[in-house]
Design a binder for this molecule. Sequence first.
Ligand code: ADP
Length: 376
Amino acid sequence: MRVGVIGGGQLARMMIPAAIELGVDLRVLAEADGMSAAIAADRVGDYTDLETVLAFAREVDVITFDHEHVPQDVLRGLVDAGVAVHPGPDPLRFAQDKLLMRERLSELGLPVPDWARVESAAELDAFIDAHGGTAVVKTPRGGYDGKGVRVVRTAAEVHEWFATAAEDGRGGALLVEELVDFRRELAQLVARRPSGETVAWPLVETVQVGGVCSEVIAPAPHAAGRMSDVAAEIAFAVAEGLGVTGVMAVELFETTDERILVNELAMRPHNSGHWSMDGATTGQFEQHLRAVLDLPLGGTGMHADWSVMVNILGGPEEGSLADRYERALSEHPTAKLHNYGKAPRPGRKVGHVTAVGDDLDTVVYEARAAAAAFQD
Ligand code: ADP
């Protein structure tokens, strides 16, 4: 069983131990030397070049991804050449383009924020006026960690975004949404095999700081029963409706008037699922490999009542994470560290820690304190 991962970031890196345990031969096509997954990156090459990607794909049974940026023409070229690609180009379109995603989810009758496609400042101002004077504008493609997302009161604030959108040859359209009054953000992680079997992990709460995920609590507190059922139903409907294979995270808003709305889709293992590596019977990286190989999926139950993941954002101002090991590991023996092998840089995700246990306050404290020990 050989799996090829396109992209050499930390998600590819975290698939490596899961592959070893399953006896899967994992190959990585990295963008550059020395990336997070360099330990398994036997190839470095341009993922936008079909010949490079085809040569890599010929050595494996299935192609999957560390990110969603492989262009559609390359994905289609792989499929045309008979390569198994999971997730395939059809579902990936909806993870690559937020306008297409909103359109499709609305067609499927799934709950999303009020939205519109706008091609001019006048159209955007009309939407803002109709939604109480504020709205959220998003570039349809290429945004991440809050980049390409802006709260605006007038179209003039995103004047240059229309110009940039026009340049990428897609009609200059932007996505505009109502500013959702949310109580908190949630994420529903699921996995689906090509033959259809689909499983869900418990619904989680995600905490964002400055547009970047900082903390995840599994399961989401006060979300038992109806709310978690609704979230799982939504994620199953997305996975089936879009034909997603592998792991998918559905990012959700819990509104102040008790609704669940879909914000974003990630068709790969996701930050909101890192807790599962240490907190659930089957971690998301192992599950992703099982799913893309069309193997039976593993159980998603939790080892303990709570599991909390805290990102190490930036890392120490000087030196590396390893320079902190002596003190951090001795002071926090119950926290599980995952070091991505990346150079510290302000705001960069360089690792995470997870704590697991039956008392939420203790678990939150342990995870936060351990992560703090690796930051200044
Ligand atoms: P990306 O995943 O590209 O960073 P998102 O669409 O997930 O972008 O938006 C980033 C963050 O911005 C969200 O996590 C949320 O906190 C906030 N946000 C996005 N859309 C809305 C909205 N319609 N209303 C209120 N806040 C929003």
